[in-house]
Ligand binder design. Structure first.
Ligand code: NI
Length: 243
């Protein structure tokens, strides 16, 4: 019932905004894309895997804070304890923290028992540092069977823009790859474990903010697009999940 009311008010607000303020030159939704957020802001989510790393992650956090940008971090469980201060900073500075398994396993083809152990051990480790919360999961390599997705009690996150930064290790190439593909609603995959990726990410934020983009967490991005994140569902971009 509650959700039905919320949906009604969101729709009413959207209609009101549309009728009162016909946005000049507003993007027209393509077939299958039901609507954009009511505001003119272009929202996008930067996500970082394979941290936390003492030598690279704090510099990224500094840069994001200077730019007023939020991001989402999918942590490798076995690296959390030694970097608990970095993980605390993530939450304090408005970022979303998620789970990337304990030892970066390939979930696809792994037994349910192993997946459960790797995910729940990491979840417990994050809770030890940050307290209670819902810590979403990104499967390492993006590899997971559809039947396995349904076993998760939290939302799963894939991506829609992948600059292959872990392979290129070249900030110029990363920047070019992201800027040539990104659109509002995208989820961008990068790695805070790679020094060049930190440089690239901050340049990407500078460029896109100048173009009117705002950097939000994955959870915020989905909610801005009217998507209610569901457990056991994998999200690739906010655009693709609408309707
Ligand atoms: Ni990874």
């Amino acid at each position: 019932m509650k959700r039905r009311y919320a949906a009604f008010f969101a729709l009413a607000a959207l209609m009101l905004t549309r009728s009162l303020l016909p946005p000049p030159g507003a993007a027209v939704a393509a077939a299958g894309e039901t609507r954009l957020p009511a505001s003119q802001t272009k929202y996008v989510a930067l996500t970082f895997d394979d941290g936390p790393r003492a030598d690279t992650t704090p510099r990224l956090l500094d840069g994001l804070r200077q730019r007023g940008a939020s991001a989402t971090f999918f942590l490798v469980g076995e690296q959390i304890d030694a970097n608990a201060d970095v993980v605390k900073r993530m939450k304090e500075e408005g970022h979303q923290v998620g789970n990337h398994t304990w030892s970066h396993i390939r979930i696809k083809g792994a037994s349910n028992a192993l997946v459960e152990a790797e995910v729940s051990k990491t979840d417990a480790e994050i809770r030890k540092v940050l307290g209670d919360g819902v810590y979403w999961v990104r499967p390492p390599y993006g590899l997971i069977d559809e039947s396995q997705e349904k076993l998760f009690t939290v939302p799963l996150v894939r991506w829609s823009v992948d600059p292959e930064d872990w392979k290129l290790r070249n900030a110029d190439a990363d920047v070019k790859a992201v800027l040539s593909h990104v659109r509002p609603g995208d989820i961008i995959l990068m790695h805070d474990s790679v020094p060049a990726s930190v440089d690239a990410a901050l340049r990407i934020v500078d460029t896109l903010e100048a173009q009117g983009y705002e950097f939000v967490t994955v959870q915020e991005l989905l909610e801005l697009y009217g998507v209610t994140p569901q457990p056991g569902v994998a999200y690739r971009s906010a655009r693709l999940q609408q309707g």
